[in-house]
Design a protein around this ligand. Structure first.
Ligand code: HEC
Length: 132
């Protein structure tokens, strides 16, 4: 099974397990093709540095922040709010926990998908975007 199908399968199954995702207002039903694209991840990186770096650090590991513990974005096995592309999209758009702010009023969906691609790109190798 190739990676893209694996990723699709994981996000498809998660909709059944976490049914609330699909039902949430303004949530897309499936991930944008951007999450498989290296060039989208490259654009996402610049949006990431502007919007996320202050809490998650430039490398995503959030080691420098001493005010609170932001998630280590390179280690999805430590996350609480889901690790599929749709979950990451949701955490960015609507926020996660008490201290991760929602970006629904400042970033459009296309930009959020590019940031999702970047987050996947700094995570485990098997989830990284593979297309140009
Ligand atoms: C004001 C600080 C702050 C900013 C800015 C911020 N985050 Fe977060 N983020 C957090 C904190 C703190 C958590 C952990 C929340 C928790 O576990 O309760 C978090 C959690 C997350 C999670 C969920 C991890 C999990 O446990 O499932 C993701 C994904 C994430 N952030 C991505 C981003 C991205 C991408 C951006 C930029 C668009 C961003 N964050 C901007 C503070 C921030």
């Amino acid at each position: 099974m190739n990676r893209q199908i694996q990723l699709r399968l994981v996000s498809f199954l998660s909709v059944f397990v976490f049914g609330d995702i699909a039902g949430q207002e303004d949530m897309p039903a499936e991930p944008s093709a951007a999450v498989y694209s290296k060039s989208a991840a490259g654009r996402g990186k610049s949006f990431y540095l502007i919007n996320c770096q202050q809490c998650h650090d430039a490398d995503g590991r959030a080691l420098a922040n001493i005010d609170f513990i932001a998630a280590d974005l390179t280690a999805p096995d430590t996350w609480y709010y889901g690790t599929t592309p749709l979950h990451i999209f949701r955490s960015i758009k609507f926020g996660a926990g008490l201290e991760m702010p929602p970006f629904k009023d400042s970033l459009d969906d296309e930009t959020i998908w590019q940031i999702v691609a970047h987050v996947l790109n700094i995570g485990p190798a098997e989830f990284r975007p593979t297309k140009e």
